[in-house]
Design a protein around this ligand. Structure first.
Ligand SMILES: C[S@@+](CC[C@H](N)C(=O)[O-])C[C@H]1O[C@@H](n2cnc3c(N)ncnc32)[C@H](O)[C@@H]1O
Length: 411
């Protein structure tokens, strides 16, 4: 390892100011000295995320991650981008900080989960609308959902689903309906009485019908009635816990008005986003062979009338490093086109295959090939309490986790 005066020294000093215990190491990658910083950049306890983020989605990142880069690398006139929007962590955090943004994802559930949180209705409007939705007790589902829900709960879910379809098709759907859609979607299945279902997998990971039958048998459980409107109201209150202070909702909504969230393939991002208009991208790609976004979202797709097979075809998944890197290169080419000169990309790399593959090095090279300069790599370490749920048995122990983020810049 060699230590050199780094060309981005001054800028990095600014990024690291106020942080303790950060270590640095220079790694030689193909003749280039790349500085790796390691420490706790954004996971200190005092930096809790806003309650508005509390919607689960597979492989989402903590809001503290985009928060860190948005604060350090943008100002109120900047535009932030996430090509792999997921639950919308980057977009929502941008709105909280008063930065407009663009978020795209091929999974339409991403849009469902993100849009209402940058165009937030008032609580009493949500409750009033919810109370006005009538429940048709005769409703029966087109698929068997009896392993997840009590029959009375199914009637309520179907009434909500039909109401939302009707509002959408008659072009009457407003931000209040979208809020109800988002909260219902996020409450379908989970592992507490705060969800519509009997005990199931965590909410970002719908069990298949067969798996749910096995869970029910193992836990000797059967679905009990859940009051869906009560659950939606409770979740609404908790999501809006940090948003109700005067001014916050207004700031988020006025920023949201100038932001864009849509279902789109990021390998064609430059068809949607104008060249050289993005100041900062904060993102994490679909990781190698670990997450099946479409399968995990089948019930959420059903509720929203989305064809899960179509989604599956569009979402990029592979366990082959070569084709994954080719995909990343295509995305970087698009990012290069739409990034302003002097703009940045903070790209989170998953730790896959127990560290056997050094993805950051491969990605760094792809960044350089597409024209970006590599500023540095951040390795954020944090200690957490790991809870593994194995068929209902909770096992809490301390664990460590680390995110690797490559910071690149367009000269
Ligand atoms: C790791 S997740 C992103 C999570 C996000 N950072 C969050 O906090 O929720 C990766 C996302 O990439 C999306 N995706 C996969 N292929 C895509 C493509 N070609 N274009 C856009 N999004 C894609 C998946 O649907 C998934 O939502």
């Amino acid at each position: 390892m060699k230590s050199e005066i780094h060309e981005f020294g001054k800028m990095i000093d600014g990024i690291l100011s106020g942080l303790d215990g950060i270590t640095a190491e220079d790694v030689d990658i193909e003749g280039k000295s790349i500085r790796y910083y390691r420490g706790s950049f954004w996971t200190q306890k005092q930096r809790q995320g806003n309650s508005l983020h509390e919607i689960s989605y597979r492989a989402c990142f903590k809001p503290q991650l985009p928060d860190f880069f948005i604060r350090k690398l943008t100002d109120k006139n900047s535009t932030v981008f996430d090509p792999f929007n997921g639950r919308g962590t980057t977009v929502v955090q941008s709105a909280i900080l008063g930065r407009k943004s663009v978020g795209i994802d091929v999974n339409p559930i991403s849009e469902v989960l993100t849009l209402p949180r940058i165009d937030i209705p008032k609580i009493d409007e949500i409750f009033e609308r919810l109370d006005s939705i009538s429940v048709d007790k005769q409703e029966t589902a087109d698929i068997d959902l009896g392993m997840f829900f009590h029959e009375k709960t199914i009637s309520e879910i179907l009434s909500l689903k039909n109401y939302l379809v009707e509002r959408y098709e008659s072009r009457k759907e407003d931000n209040i309906d979208k809020w109800i859609r988002m909260v219902s979607t996020s409450r379908l299945t989970g592992h507490s009485s705060g969800f519509f279902s009997v005990y199931s997998l965590p909410p970002n990971q719908a069990a298949s019908k067969e798996d749910q039958l096995r869970i029910n048998e193992k836990l000797k459980q059967k679905p009990e009635y859940r009051d869906t409107k009560k659950i939606i109201k409770k979740k609404t209150n908790s999501l809006l816990r940090d948003v109700n202070q005067p001014g916050i909702r207004a700031r988020i909504n006025s920023t949201g008005l100038h932001s864009k969230v849509t279902t789109f393939d990021c390998t064609k991002a430059s068809l949607l986003v104008n060249p050289e208009t993005i100041d900062l991208t904060v993102t994490s790609p679909p990781f190698l062979d670990v997450v099946q976004y479409a399968k995990d979202n089948w019930l959420r797709c059903w509720f929203n009338g989305i064809d899960v097979d179509k989604v599956e075809k569009n979402i990029f998944t592979t366990s082959n490093v070569e084709s994954w890197l080719k995909f990343i290169e295509t995305v970087f080419k698009e990012l290069y086109i739409i990034t302003k000169k002097g703009g940045h990309v903070a790209f989170e790399v998953g730790e896959v295959r127990k560290g056997r593959i050094n993805l950051d090095e491969y990605i760094l090279k792809k960044g350089i090939v597409t024209g970006f300069e590599v500023v540095c790599v951040f390795i954020n370490d944090h200690i957490f309490t790991k809870t593994s749920n194995i068929w209902g048995v909770k096992n809490s122990k301390l664990g460590t986790n680390s995110n690797r983020i490559i910071l690149m810049r367009k000269a």
